[in-house]
Write a protein that binds this ligand. Sequence first.
Ligand code: G3H
Ligand code: 13P
Ligand code: ZN
Length: 311
Amino acid sequence: MAIVTSKEMFEKAYKGGYAIGAFNVNNMEIIQGITEAANELRSPLILQVSAGARKYANHTYLMKLIDAAIIETGLPICVHLDHGDTFELCKSCIDGGFSSVMIDGSHHSYEDNVKLTRQVVEYAHDHGVVVEGELGRLAGIEDDVNVSAKDASYTDPDQVEDFVKRTGVDSLAIAIGTSHGAYKFKPGTKPQLRFDILEEVEKRLPNFPIVLHGASSVIPEFVDIINRFGGQMPDAIGIPEAMLRQAAKMAVCKINIDSDLRLAMTASIRKYMAENPSHFDPRQYLKPAREAIKAMVARKITDVLGSDGKA
Ligand code: G3H
Ligand code: 13P
Ligand code: ZN
């Protein structure tokens, strides 16, 4: 099995009422944990790489690690650029073997977003690569995707048909109340997503794959471990898993998850370090950390995405 695009994955997911997990990768243990879980559950998979991940780990290292995971598992894996912000970055990933790129023009004016996205689509499609665009802005605190709550805005369903028609994108990320990072809602408020917007988008774009960014659930159990072992994340709060499950049954075919992996890994390492203060071999704490990633991905595949057995 080689690197594949998400085209067939999304077609099957749309019809089958499930979604594909797009998990952010930054190093070997994360790639191994994700792909081992997906392999055991025979789930299709998107591994996504941000500009920050490319800077941290290097494009070639990440590609070779993903190649190794494909050899080990035989899984169909789509390799996707997460939040590409320029044509040049998208081109570099396409030329470097990615099968999918996101061009995130959501911080530009509508017309500039259309123009930039169209430019990426033309180059990508000429090279057999698929493209995700974005309409609407998510709030969030991640370094490279920082949009303040004030500047965030829901997707306008009246724009989606025109955007897809003029750009030729293969999937569309929309803003319905999810956001990046571990602090998605104000403490004490009830998490809510605008399912009415998703329904409207679905009506305007029949059979078209929709993407949800900022879809970590920030599971309290993991935040508790972090806080119990020296961390300070008292107000962390995410998207309830039941809401994501509901979205996966609708037009949402790709669900992006990074923060939940970070929390699982960090909780594991904090606990290990606190309980084994004399240990200093990285393999000793990275082994349970990799297992924690694997368990988190398995939970997502079975409880949220519904993609088990679909590879
Ligand atoms: O949405 C962004 C992802 O969580 C990647 O974050 O830019 O810090 O790698 P990063
Ligand atoms: P989370 O921060 O909710 O995991 O979102 C990740 C994401 O959208 C990556 O593009
Ligand atoms: Zn994102």
